[in-house]
Design a protein. Structure first.
Length: 446
């Protein structure tokens, strides 16, 4: 009984291990894994966290700064003369070779007003933090687009491999049939040799497709930061024709939505706001700065009759003051800063226009590709059906000796080309439709 139980447990473990090893990654699993593990994305998150610390630091500049300082000095006078002191009728002598003194102070400084440079610095750092977070989102979008493109390429190459395998089976059947015909003397041996060469060519095409498939899988693994030697398989969903021919979003509607939700556009707008704040901060260079300062200090020294604590109490002093700094001539530094800030503002405005132009071009290209691919898919589907019927007819006539090897090969090549065109238009339409929806603010789905 125990032995039977152990065998059952072992079998379950082996089955579980095989199931885990044969895991097939869906598109959503690839996206989730990349967003959690991609190194470039993690670096962007670290930068955003660092910018948040800048915000906290700039806020603290609104409060006074307080510091404690102390100074301890010791002196040695090896050639000091003897000192005679007369106190209450008694005479004492002393020779102070070593003496020491110390000072202690607590100082505070508070910038009351400096032309709003501190408040503008807080606003700029907040904008920098937001832009850093938008960089995270932009990097995440880029990764998702790259994954979607590689995933679709893998799906395409997977079906291309399947088509090549079917072609090889058909070629081998034709070759075997030709061998029989050669044996009975109804077909020349040269035709058989051509069919054998065609089988070899089809196998080469299969190997090429398999190599492309492996290469795309490797690229996807690297993008996901998976570096082990475990087999990497992608789940191949059933893509119905209705999905390929689904309604394409309106080009202008996608662009308008992208203007509102794409992080690169939002980041460019925030750069303009930051430049405007930089101009205000630069203009503060013409304005006076007002600050308050206060301090409390004391000291002690050797050679005194009173003890340490009494000296500290007796020597304690307090101070408070106001400092007003008015710039008169700063070697054109304020003027230069203002002009450079204005140049930066103009540059960021142009950068926003460039981003908007690039975004429209991208959306327009995706829309055009999706529209064209849908139309081509319809024609390619009809072409495959026609070429399949033609090839079946030529094959049947070849078996009856009514068609030669050239006509058979031509029919098969036409069928293969039609099938490849169908796959290409199918997945091109699917990918571009998914990316259009993604730019419109939806998640990537195939």
């Amino acid at each position: 009984m125990n032995r039977k139980f152990l065998l059952t447990a072992l079998s379950l473990l082996l089955i579980g291990g095989m199931a885990q090893a044969q895991k097939s990654w869906t598109l959503q699993e690839c996206l989730d894994y990349a967003l959690a593990n991609n190194i470039q994305l993690q670096q962007k998150r670290i930068t955003a966290a660092s910018n948040h610390e800048d915000v906290l630091q700039s806020r603290s500049a609104l409060f006074p700064s307080v510091s404690f300082s102390t100074n301890q000095n010791a002196s040695w006078r090896p050639f000091a003369e003897t000192t005679i002191n007369l106190t209450n009728g008694s005479m004492t002598t002393s020779q102070n070779d070593v003496s020491y003194n110390g000072s202690y102070g607590i100082n505070a400084n508070w910038t009351v007003w400096n032309g709003n440079r501190n408040t503008n610095a807080i606003k700029q750092n907040k904008l920098s933090e937001q832009m850093a977070q938008l960089d995270v989102e932009q990097q995440a979008n880029t990764i998702q687009e790259q994954i979607a493109q590689l995933y679709v390429q893998i799906l395409y190459e997977t079906e291309a491999v399947r088509v090549c395998e079917e072609i090889i089976k058909a070629s081998e059947l034709q070759r075997d049939r030709a061998q029989t015909m050669v044996d009975v003397g109804s077909l020349a041996r040269v035709d058989l040799v051509q069919l054998e060469a065609q089988v070899s060519q089809d196998r080469y095409s299969l190997a090429q497709a398999q190599s492309q498939l492996a290469n795309y899988k490797l690229q996807l693994k690297q993008l996901l930061e998976i570096h082990d030697d475990e087999p990497f398989e992608v789940a191949v969903p059933d893509v119905l024709d209705e999905k390929v021919l689904s309604l394409i979003p309106d080009e202008q509607a996608v662009y308008n939505a992208a203007l509102e939700n794409r992080p690169e556009i939002q980041s460019s707008r925030l750069s303009i706001e930051s430049s405007e704040l930089a101009i205000s901060s630069a203009r503060a260079g013409y304005m006076p700065t007002v600050s308050l300062n206060a301090g409390i200090g004391t000291s002690n020294s050797s050679g005194q009759k009173t003890d340490f604590f009494e000296q500290v109490k007796t020597n304690m002093s307090n101070s408070i003051g106001v400092t007003v700094s008015v710039p008169l001539f700063d070697n054109l530094q304020a003027r230069t800063n203002i002009r450079k800030a204005k140049y930066s503002l103009h540059s960021n405005e142009l950068a926003l226009q460039e981003q908007q132009k690039k975004l429209y071009s991208t959306v327009e290209q995706y829309w055009l590709n999706a529209t064209t691919s849908q139309q081509q898919f319809i024609y390619a589907r009809a072409n495959v059906k026609s070429m399949q019927e033609s090839y079946d007819l030529v094959s049947e006539q070849f078996n009856l000796g009514l068609k030669n090897i050239v006509e058979l090969t031509t029919g098969k090549n036409n069928l293969l080309q039609a099938q490849q065109q169908l796959l290409q238009t199918k997945y091109t339409a699917l990918l571009n439709e998914a990316l259009l929806n993604f730019y419109a603010g939806e998640s990537i789905q195939l």
